[in-house]
Design a protein around this ligand. Structure first.
Ligand SMILES: Nc1nc2c(ncn2[C@@H]2O[C@H](COP(=O)(O)OP(=O)(O)OP(=O)(O)O)[C@@H](O)[C@H]2O)c(=O)[nH]1
Ligand SMILES: *[C@@H]1O[C@H](CO)[C@@H](O)[C@H](O)[C@H]1NC(C)=O
Ligand SMILES: [Mg+2]
Length: 417
Protein backbone atom coordinates (compact mmCIF):
# COMPACT_ATOMS: atom_id res chain seq x y z
CA UNK A 1 0.00 0.00 0.00
CA UNK A 2 2.71 2.44 1.04
CA UNK A 3 4.87 1.39 -1.90
CA UNK A 4 1.83 1.80 -4.21
CA UNK A 5 0.99 5.35 -3.08
CA UNK A 6 4.68 6.36 -3.38
CA UNK A 7 4.45 5.25 -7.03
CA UNK A 8 1.36 7.44 -7.49
CA UNK A 9 3.14 10.38 -5.94
CA UNK A 10 6.03 9.78 -8.35
CA UNK A 11 3.62 9.66 -11.33
CA UNK A 12 1.99 12.87 -10.20
CA UNK A 13 5.33 14.56 -9.74
CA UNK A 14 6.57 13.44 -13.18
CA UNK A 15 3.31 14.58 -14.80
CA UNK A 16 3.60 17.89 -12.99
CA UNK A 17 7.13 18.48 -14.25
CA UNK A 18 6.22 17.53 -17.82
CA UNK A 19 3.25 19.94 -17.76
CA UNK A 20 5.30 22.68 -16.14
CA UNK A 21 8.01 22.13 -18.76
CA UNK A 22 5.51 22.35 -21.62
CA UNK A 23 3.94 25.42 -20.11
CA UNK A 24 7.33 27.08 -19.79
CA UNK A 25 8.40 26.26 -23.35
CA UNK A 26 5.20 27.46 -24.99
CA UNK A 27 4.98 30.53 -22.82
CA UNK A 28 8.59 31.55 -23.20
CA UNK A 29 8.05 31.57 -26.97
CA UNK A 30 5.05 33.84 -26.59
CA UNK A 31 6.85 36.31 -24.38
CA UNK A 32 10.19 36.21 -26.25
CA UNK A 33 11.30 39.80 -26.71
CA UNK A 34 10.81 41.07 -30.26
CA UNK A 35 14.03 41.08 -32.26
CA UNK A 36 12.98 44.52 -33.48
CA UNK A 37 15.13 47.07 -31.71
CA UNK A 38 12.24 49.28 -30.74
CA UNK A 39 14.52 51.32 -28.54
CA UNK A 40 16.03 53.08 -31.52
CA UNK A 41 19.55 51.77 -31.19
CA UNK A 42 19.20 49.56 -34.24
CA UNK A 43 19.01 52.53 -36.51
CA UNK A 44 22.08 51.97 -38.61
CA UNK A 45 22.86 51.53 -42.26
CA UNK A 46 24.33 48.12 -41.50
CA UNK A 47 21.98 45.18 -42.01
CA UNK A 48 19.93 45.04 -38.85
CA UNK A 49 17.48 42.26 -38.31
CA UNK A 50 14.53 44.55 -37.83
CA UNK A 51 11.89 41.89 -37.41
CA UNK A 52 13.12 38.50 -36.34
CA UNK A 53 9.64 37.88 -34.97
CA UNK A 54 8.86 34.29 -35.96
CA UNK A 55 5.18 35.05 -36.49
CA UNK A 56 6.08 37.25 -39.48
CA UNK A 57 6.41 36.17 -43.08
CA UNK A 58 4.78 33.15 -44.62
CA UNK A 59 5.90 30.13 -42.59
CA UNK A 60 4.57 27.48 -44.96
CA UNK A 61 5.81 29.08 -48.14
CA UNK A 62 8.65 27.43 -50.01
CA UNK A 63 11.92 29.23 -49.52
CA UNK A 64 13.06 32.28 -51.37
CA UNK A 65 14.89 31.67 -54.57
CA UNK A 66 14.69 31.00 -58.25
CA UNK A 67 15.06 27.24 -57.88
CA UNK A 68 11.45 26.23 -58.49
CA UNK A 69 9.22 24.98 -61.24
CA UNK A 70 6.80 27.80 -62.13
CA UNK A 71 4.45 25.26 -63.70
CA UNK A 72 3.96 23.64 -60.29
CA UNK A 73 2.67 26.90 -58.85
CA UNK A 74 0.68 28.55 -61.64
CA UNK A 75 -0.24 32.19 -61.04
CA UNK A 76 -3.81 33.28 -61.70
CA UNK A 77 -3.30 36.12 -64.19
CA UNK A 78 -6.90 36.38 -65.43
CA UNK A 79 -10.33 35.62 -63.91
CA UNK A 80 -10.49 32.39 -65.95
CA UNK A 81 -7.31 30.96 -64.45
CA UNK A 82 -7.63 28.38 -61.67
CA UNK A 83 -7.11 29.89 -58.23
CA UNK A 84 -8.28 33.37 -59.19
CA UNK A 85 -10.68 33.56 -56.26
CA UNK A 86 -8.23 32.10 -53.82
CA UNK A 87 -7.42 35.29 -51.92
CA UNK A 88 -7.65 33.91 -48.40
CA UNK A 89 -4.79 32.76 -46.23
CA UNK A 90 -1.12 32.48 -46.95
CA UNK A 91 -0.36 31.83 -50.60
CA UNK A 92 1.68 28.72 -51.26
CA UNK A 93 4.37 28.72 -53.91
CA UNK A 94 7.78 30.31 -54.16
CA UNK A 95 8.81 33.74 -52.92
CA UNK A 96 11.16 36.02 -54.75
CA UNK A 97 14.21 37.59 -53.18
CA UNK A 98 12.34 40.85 -52.93
CA UNK A 99 11.36 43.70 -50.65
CA UNK A 100 9.20 46.75 -50.46
CA UNK A 101 11.22 49.92 -49.99
CA UNK A 102 10.19 53.29 -48.62
CA UNK A 103 12.17 56.47 -48.13
CA UNK A 104 10.45 58.49 -45.44
CA UNK A 105 10.77 60.98 -42.61
CA UNK A 106 9.52 60.26 -39.11
CA UNK A 107 6.75 62.79 -39.72
CA UNK A 108 5.49 60.64 -42.63
CA UNK A 109 4.49 57.84 -40.26
CA UNK A 110 0.71 58.11 -40.54
CA UNK A 111 0.75 58.65 -44.28
CA UNK A 112 3.04 55.66 -44.84
CA UNK A 113 0.87 53.66 -42.44
CA UNK A 114 -2.03 54.28 -44.79
CA UNK A 115 0.00 53.14 -47.79
CA UNK A 116 1.22 50.00 -46.02
CA UNK A 117 -2.29 49.04 -44.96
CA UNK A 118 -3.47 49.18 -48.56
CA UNK A 119 -0.50 47.22 -49.89
CA UNK A 120 -1.04 44.59 -47.20
CA UNK A 121 -4.81 44.34 -47.69
CA UNK A 122 -4.62 44.14 -51.47
CA UNK A 123 -1.51 41.96 -51.75
CA UNK A 124 1.16 41.39 -49.17
CA UNK A 125 -0.85 39.82 -46.33
CA UNK A 126 -0.81 36.60 -48.38
CA UNK A 127 2.89 36.82 -49.26
CA UNK A 128 4.72 38.33 -46.28
CA UNK A 129 7.40 40.17 -48.22
CA UNK A 130 9.84 42.28 -46.21
CA UNK A 131 9.86 46.03 -46.06
CA UNK A 132 12.94 48.26 -45.91
CA UNK A 133 12.59 51.82 -44.60
CA UNK A 134 15.31 54.38 -45.32
CA UNK A 135 15.82 57.81 -43.80
CA UNK A 136 18.50 60.50 -43.65
CA UNK A 137 17.64 60.83 -39.90
CA UNK A 138 17.32 57.97 -37.40
CA UNK A 139 13.82 56.52 -37.33
CA UNK A 140 12.05 57.07 -34.02
CA UNK A 141 10.25 54.46 -31.92
CA UNK A 142 6.79 55.44 -33.07
CA UNK A 143 7.73 55.07 -36.72
CA UNK A 144 9.24 51.64 -36.11
CA UNK A 145 6.42 50.38 -33.91
CA UNK A 146 3.62 51.48 -36.21
CA UNK A 147 5.21 50.21 -39.41
CA UNK A 148 6.35 46.90 -37.91
CA UNK A 149 2.86 46.26 -36.61
CA UNK A 150 1.37 46.76 -40.09
CA UNK A 151 3.83 44.86 -42.29
CA UNK A 152 3.29 41.08 -42.59
CA UNK A 153 6.93 40.49 -43.53
CA UNK A 154 10.04 41.53 -41.68
CA UNK A 155 10.84 45.21 -41.34
CA UNK A 156 14.28 46.78 -41.55
CA UNK A 157 15.30 50.34 -40.82
CA UNK A 158 18.33 51.99 -42.40
CA UNK A 159 20.09 55.27 -41.81
CA UNK A 160 21.41 56.78 -45.04
CA UNK A 161 25.14 57.57 -44.93
CA UNK A 162 25.89 61.28 -45.21
CA UNK A 163 27.77 60.98 -48.50
CA UNK A 164 24.52 59.78 -50.11
CA UNK A 165 22.56 62.77 -48.84
CA UNK A 166 24.76 65.86 -49.24
CA UNK A 167 26.45 68.06 -51.85
CA UNK A 168 29.26 66.18 -53.60
CA UNK A 169 32.56 68.09 -53.44
CA UNK A 170 32.50 69.11 -57.12
CA UNK A 171 29.27 71.07 -56.66
CA UNK A 172 29.61 74.86 -56.36
CA UNK A 173 27.17 75.48 -53.52
CA UNK A 174 26.93 79.24 -54.20
CA UNK A 175 25.89 78.54 -57.75
CA UNK A 176 23.35 75.99 -56.47
CA UNK A 177 21.96 78.54 -53.99
CA UNK A 178 21.48 81.08 -56.78
CA UNK A 179 19.59 78.49 -58.81
CA UNK A 180 17.25 77.80 -55.86
CA UNK A 181 16.60 81.53 -55.42
CA UNK A 182 15.85 81.90 -59.12
CA UNK A 183 13.53 78.87 -59.18
CA UNK A 184 11.75 80.22 -56.12
CA UNK A 185 11.07 83.47 -57.97
CA UNK A 186 9.75 81.49 -60.92
CA UNK A 187 7.57 79.41 -58.55
CA UNK A 188 8.85 76.08 -59.78
CA UNK A 189 7.54 73.30 -57.56
CA UNK A 190 10.16 72.31 -54.94
CA UNK A 191 12.50 74.68 -56.85
CA UNK A 192 13.90 76.23 -53.68
CA UNK A 193 14.24 72.98 -51.72
CA UNK A 194 17.62 71.47 -50.83
CA UNK A 195 16.17 68.32 -49.25
CA UNK A 196 14.04 67.58 -52.30
CA UNK A 197 17.21 67.63 -54.41
CA UNK A 198 19.01 65.28 -52.01
CA UNK A 199 15.95 63.03 -52.18
CA UNK A 200 15.95 62.98 -55.99
CA UNK A 201 19.69 62.28 -56.16
CA UNK A 202 19.37 59.56 -53.51
CA UNK A 203 16.50 57.84 -55.35
CA UNK A 204 18.43 58.16 -58.61
CA UNK A 205 21.74 56.77 -57.47
CA UNK A 206 21.85 55.35 -53.97
CA UNK A 207 18.74 53.62 -52.59
CA UNK A 208 19.53 50.33 -54.34
CA UNK A 209 23.02 50.10 -52.84
CA UNK A 210 22.16 50.79 -49.21
CA UNK A 211 23.45 47.95 -47.04
CA UNK A 212 19.92 46.67 -46.35
CA UNK A 213 19.01 46.64 -50.03
CA UNK A 214 22.05 44.51 -50.90
CA UNK A 215 20.10 41.55 -49.47
CA UNK A 216 17.53 41.57 -52.28
CA UNK A 217 17.16 41.18 -56.04
CA UNK A 218 13.84 43.00 -56.58
CA UNK A 219 12.15 46.02 -55.03
CA UNK A 220 8.73 47.61 -55.00
CA UNK A 221 8.81 51.28 -54.11
CA UNK A 222 6.02 52.66 -51.95
CA UNK A 223 5.52 56.30 -50.96
CA UNK A 224 3.36 57.82 -48.23
CA UNK A 225 -0.28 58.68 -49.04
CA UNK A 226 -0.73 56.36 -52.01
CA UNK A 227 -3.76 54.19 -52.76
CA UNK A 228 -4.01 50.70 -54.24
CA UNK A 229 -7.48 50.36 -55.70
CA UNK A 230 -7.72 46.74 -56.83
CA UNK A 231 -6.83 43.29 -55.56
CA UNK A 232 -3.49 42.00 -56.73
CA UNK A 233 -4.15 38.35 -57.62
CA UNK A 234 -0.62 37.28 -58.49
CA UNK A 235 2.89 38.05 -57.30
CA UNK A 236 4.28 41.00 -59.29
CA UNK A 237 7.82 40.10 -58.19
CA UNK A 238 7.38 36.63 -59.67
CA UNK A 239 5.92 38.15 -62.81
CA UNK A 240 9.06 40.29 -63.19
CA UNK A 241 11.35 37.37 -62.53
CA UNK A 242 9.67 34.81 -64.78
CA UNK A 243 9.23 37.25 -67.65
CA UNK A 244 12.72 38.72 -67.41
CA UNK A 245 11.38 42.21 -66.67
CA UNK A 246 13.75 44.76 -65.15
CA UNK A 247 11.61 47.85 -64.72
CA UNK A 248 7.88 48.53 -64.49
CA UNK A 249 5.39 51.35 -64.10
CA UNK A 250 1.69 52.18 -63.74
CA UNK A 251 1.65 55.90 -64.59
CA UNK A 252 3.63 57.93 -67.08
CA UNK A 253 3.58 61.62 -67.92
CA UNK A 254 5.43 64.68 -69.21
CA UNK A 255 8.12 66.27 -67.04
CA UNK A 256 8.28 70.03 -66.36
CA UNK A 257 11.01 71.25 -68.73
CA UNK A 258 12.05 73.95 -66.21
CA UNK A 259 13.41 71.24 -63.90
CA UNK A 260 15.56 69.50 -66.53
CA UNK A 261 16.75 72.03 -69.16
CA UNK A 262 20.10 70.28 -69.78
CA UNK A 263 19.28 66.70 -68.76
CA UNK A 264 19.05 65.45 -72.32
CA UNK A 265 22.40 67.09 -73.24
CA UNK A 266 23.91 65.21 -70.35
CA UNK A 267 22.30 61.96 -71.51
CA UNK A 268 23.60 62.47 -75.05
CA UNK A 269 27.09 63.01 -73.70
CA UNK A 270 26.79 59.73 -71.77
CA UNK A 271 25.53 57.89 -74.86
CA UNK A 272 28.51 59.18 -76.85
CA UNK A 273 31.01 58.14 -74.16
CA UNK A 274 29.36 54.77 -73.51
CA UNK A 275 27.83 53.40 -76.68
CA UNK A 276 28.43 49.92 -75.25
CA UNK A 277 25.75 50.58 -72.60
CA UNK A 278 22.98 51.43 -75.05
CA UNK A 279 20.71 48.46 -75.74
CA UNK A 280 19.79 47.31 -79.21
CA UNK A 281 16.00 47.22 -79.50
CA UNK A 282 15.50 49.79 -76.74
CA UNK A 283 12.58 52.22 -76.22
CA UNK A 284 14.21 55.40 -77.53
CA UNK A 285 10.94 56.12 -79.32
CA UNK A 286 9.27 56.56 -75.93
CA UNK A 287 11.71 59.38 -75.02
CA UNK A 288 12.25 61.14 -78.29
CA UNK A 289 10.11 61.95 -81.30
CA UNK A 290 13.09 62.88 -83.49
CA UNK A 291 15.39 59.90 -83.22
CA UNK A 292 17.18 61.11 -80.08
CA UNK A 293 17.88 64.75 -81.00
CA UNK A 294 15.53 66.12 -78.32
CA UNK A 295 13.72 64.74 -75.28
CA UNK A 296 9.93 64.71 -75.45
CA UNK A 297 9.66 64.82 -71.59
CA UNK A 298 7.98 61.39 -71.33
CA UNK A 299 8.83 59.47 -68.18
CA UNK A 300 7.52 56.72 -65.94
CA UNK A 301 6.32 58.02 -62.61
CA UNK A 302 8.84 56.59 -60.17
CA UNK A 303 6.87 56.91 -56.93
CA UNK A 304 5.60 53.46 -57.99
CA UNK A 305 8.21 51.06 -59.31
CA UNK A 306 8.75 47.33 -59.24
CA UNK A 307 12.20 46.64 -60.58
CA UNK A 308 15.46 44.77 -60.58
CA UNK A 309 18.03 45.94 -58.04
CA UNK A 310 20.78 44.07 -59.86
CA UNK A 311 20.12 46.10 -62.96
CA UNK A 312 20.39 49.35 -60.98
CA UNK A 313 23.62 48.02 -59.45
CA UNK A 314 25.07 47.13 -62.88
CA UNK A 315 28.07 48.98 -64.41
CA UNK A 316 25.70 50.21 -67.06
CA UNK A 317 23.45 52.05 -64.65
CA UNK A 318 26.21 53.16 -62.28
CA UNK A 319 28.25 54.66 -65.17
CA UNK A 320 25.10 56.46 -66.28
CA UNK A 321 24.33 57.82 -62.81
CA UNK A 322 27.93 58.92 -62.19
CA UNK A 323 28.07 60.72 -65.52
CA UNK A 324 24.85 62.61 -64.77
CA UNK A 325 25.91 63.30 -61.19
CA UNK A 326 29.21 64.83 -62.36
CA UNK A 327 27.28 67.21 -64.60
CA UNK A 328 25.59 68.61 -61.49
CA UNK A 329 22.00 68.90 -62.67
CA UNK A 330 20.60 67.46 -59.44
CA UNK A 331 21.71 70.77 -57.84
CA UNK A 332 22.13 73.28 -60.69
CA UNK A 333 18.70 72.31 -61.98
CA UNK A 334 16.22 70.05 -60.23
CA UNK A 335 16.49 66.73 -61.98
CA UNK A 336 13.94 64.23 -60.72
CA UNK A 337 14.58 60.55 -60.17
CA UNK A 338 11.60 59.77 -62.41
CA UNK A 339 13.15 61.05 -65.68
CA UNK A 340 16.57 59.76 -64.57
CA UNK A 341 15.29 56.20 -64.02
CA UNK A 342 13.02 56.31 -67.05
CA UNK A 343 15.68 57.46 -69.47
CA UNK A 344 18.00 54.73 -68.21
CA UNK A 345 15.31 52.07 -68.55
CA UNK A 346 14.29 53.21 -72.01
CA UNK A 347 17.86 53.42 -73.37
CA UNK A 348 19.73 50.64 -71.62
CA UNK A 349 17.09 47.92 -71.41
CA UNK A 350 15.50 46.01 -74.23
CA UNK A 351 11.91 46.96 -74.93
CA UNK A 352 10.73 43.59 -73.64
CA UNK A 353 12.36 44.21 -70.26
CA UNK A 354 9.93 47.03 -69.42
CA UNK A 355 6.45 46.35 -68.14
CA UNK A 356 3.20 48.25 -67.68
CA UNK A 357 1.16 46.81 -64.78
CA UNK A 358 -2.33 47.56 -66.04
CA UNK A 359 -3.92 45.50 -63.26
CA UNK A 360 -2.22 47.36 -60.38
CA UNK A 361 -4.51 50.32 -59.79
CA UNK A 362 -2.76 53.20 -58.11
CA UNK A 363 -3.03 56.77 -56.90
CA UNK A 364 -0.38 59.28 -55.93
CA UNK A 365 -1.52 62.86 -55.79
CA UNK A 366 -2.71 64.08 -58.30
CA UNK A 367 -2.88 61.12 -60.74
CA UNK A 368 -4.81 57.86 -60.86
CA UNK A 369 -4.22 54.68 -62.78
CA UNK A 370 -7.59 52.87 -62.81
CA UNK A 371 -7.63 49.84 -65.14
CA UNK A 372 -9.49 50.36 -68.38
CA UNK A 373 -12.48 48.05 -68.88
CA UNK A 374 -15.45 47.45 -66.59
CA UNK A 375 -15.00 43.67 -66.58
CA UNK A 376 -11.40 43.99 -65.45
CA UNK A 377 -12.32 46.41 -62.66
CA UNK A 378 -15.08 44.15 -61.40
CA UNK A 379 -12.92 41.05 -61.46
CA UNK A 380 -10.24 42.92 -59.52
CA UNK A 381 -12.75 44.41 -57.03
CA UNK A 382 -11.48 47.92 -57.74
CA UNK A 383 -12.73 50.97 -55.87
CA UNK A 384 -11.34 53.64 -58.21
CA UNK A 385 -13.46 55.93 -60.34
CA UNK A 386 -12.72 55.03 -63.99
CA UNK A 387 -13.33 58.67 -64.95
CA UNK A 388 -10.17 59.54 -63.08
CA UNK A 389 -7.96 57.18 -65.07
CA UNK A 390 -5.05 59.21 -66.41
CA UNK A 391 -3.68 56.64 -68.89
CA UNK A 392 -5.22 57.98 -72.08
CA UNK A 393 -5.30 61.68 -71.23
CA UNK A 394 -3.20 64.25 -73.05
CA UNK A 395 -0.46 64.58 -70.42
CA UNK A 396 0.08 60.84 -70.08
CA UNK A 397 2.72 58.99 -72.11
CA UNK A 398 1.15 55.56 -71.68
CA UNK A 399 -0.43 55.72 -75.11
CA UNK A 400 3.04 56.33 -76.57
CA UNK A 401 4.38 53.35 -74.62
CA UNK A 402 1.72 51.15 -76.19
CA UNK A 403 2.52 52.51 -79.66
CA UNK A 404 6.29 52.07 -79.30
CA UNK A 405 5.71 48.45 -78.28
CA UNK A 406 2.99 47.78 -80.86
CA UNK A 407 0.71 46.83 -78.02
CA UNK A 408 -3.03 46.79 -78.41
CA UNK A 409 -4.73 49.27 -76.10
CA UNK A 410 -7.38 47.85 -73.76
CA UNK A 411 -10.95 47.91 -75.02
CA UNK A 412 -12.71 51.15 -74.17
CA UNK A 413 -9.60 53.33 -73.99
CA UNK A 414 -10.97 55.93 -76.44
CA UNK A 415 -13.90 56.67 -74.13
CA UNK A 416 -11.44 57.51 -71.35
CA UNK A 417 -9.26 59.87 -73.39
N1 LIG B 1 13.94 60.77 -45.08
C1 LIG B 1 13.48 61.67 -45.93
N2 LIG B 1 12.58 61.31 -46.84
C2 LIG B 1 12.13 62.26 -47.69
C3 LIG B 1 12.58 63.60 -47.65
N3 LIG B 1 11.93 64.27 -48.63
C4 LIG B 1 11.13 63.40 -49.25
N4 LIG B 1 11.22 62.17 -48.69
C5 LIG B 1 10.55 60.94 -49.12
O1 LIG B 1 10.84 60.78 -50.48
C6 LIG B 1 9.70 60.37 -51.20
C7 LIG B 1 9.36 61.43 -52.24
O2 LIG B 1 9.08 62.66 -51.60
P1 LIG B 1 7.71 63.42 -51.83
O3 LIG B 1 7.69 64.58 -50.91
O4 LIG B 1 6.60 62.45 -51.77
O5 LIG B 1 7.93 63.97 -53.30
P2 LIG B 1 6.92 63.93 -54.52
O6 LIG B 1 6.27 62.59 -54.59
O7 LIG B 1 7.65 64.41 -55.70
O8 LIG B 1 5.89 65.05 -54.14
P3 LIG B 1 4.49 64.96 -53.37
O9 LIG B 1 3.52 65.40 -54.36
O10 LIG B 1 4.67 65.92 -52.23
O11 LIG B 1 4.27 63.55 -52.92
C8 LIG B 1 8.62 60.14 -50.18
O12 LIG B 1 8.64 58.76 -49.85
C9 LIG B 1 9.03 61.00 -49.00
O13 LIG B 1 8.57 60.45 -47.80
C10 LIG B 1 13.54 63.95 -46.65
O14 LIG B 1 14.00 65.08 -46.55
N5 LIG B 1 13.95 62.95 -45.82
C1 LIG C 1 19.16 37.70 -52.54
O1 LIG C 1 19.79 38.68 -53.36
C2 LIG C 1 21.04 39.14 -52.87
C3 LIG C 1 21.48 40.24 -53.83
O2 LIG C 1 21.52 39.80 -55.16
C4 LIG C 1 22.01 37.98 -52.76
O3 LIG C 1 23.24 38.44 -52.25
C5 LIG C 1 21.43 36.91 -51.84
O4 LIG C 1 22.27 35.81 -51.79
C6 LIG C 1 20.07 36.47 -52.35
N1 LIG C 1 19.45 35.56 -51.40
C7 LIG C 1 18.83 34.45 -51.78
C8 LIG C 1 18.20 33.64 -50.68
O5 LIG C 1 18.76 34.08 -52.93
MG1 LIG D 1 5.24 61.58 -53.08
Amino acid sequence: MAAGSARYVRYILVAFFILAGLYFVSNSRAVAPPAVPLSGSGNTAAPVNGGGDTTKGAPNAPKIGSDYDPAKFPMAMTPNDPGWNDLAGIKDGPRMNATFVTLARNSDVWEIAKSIRQVEDRFNRRYGYDWVFLNDQPFDDTFKKVTTSLVSGKTHYGLIPEEHWSFPEWIDTDKAAKVREDMKQRQIIYGDSISYRHMCRFESGFFFRQALMMNYDYYWRVEPSIELYCDVHYDPFRYMHENNKKYSFVLSLLEYMETIPTLWDSVKKFMKNHPEHIAAGNSLGFLSDDGGETYNRCHFWSNFEVGSLNWLRSDQYIDYFNSLDQDGGFFYERWGDAPVHSIAAALMLKKEELHFFNDIAYYHVPFTHCPTGEKTREALKCHCNPKENFDWKGYSCTSKFFDVNNMEKPKGWEEES
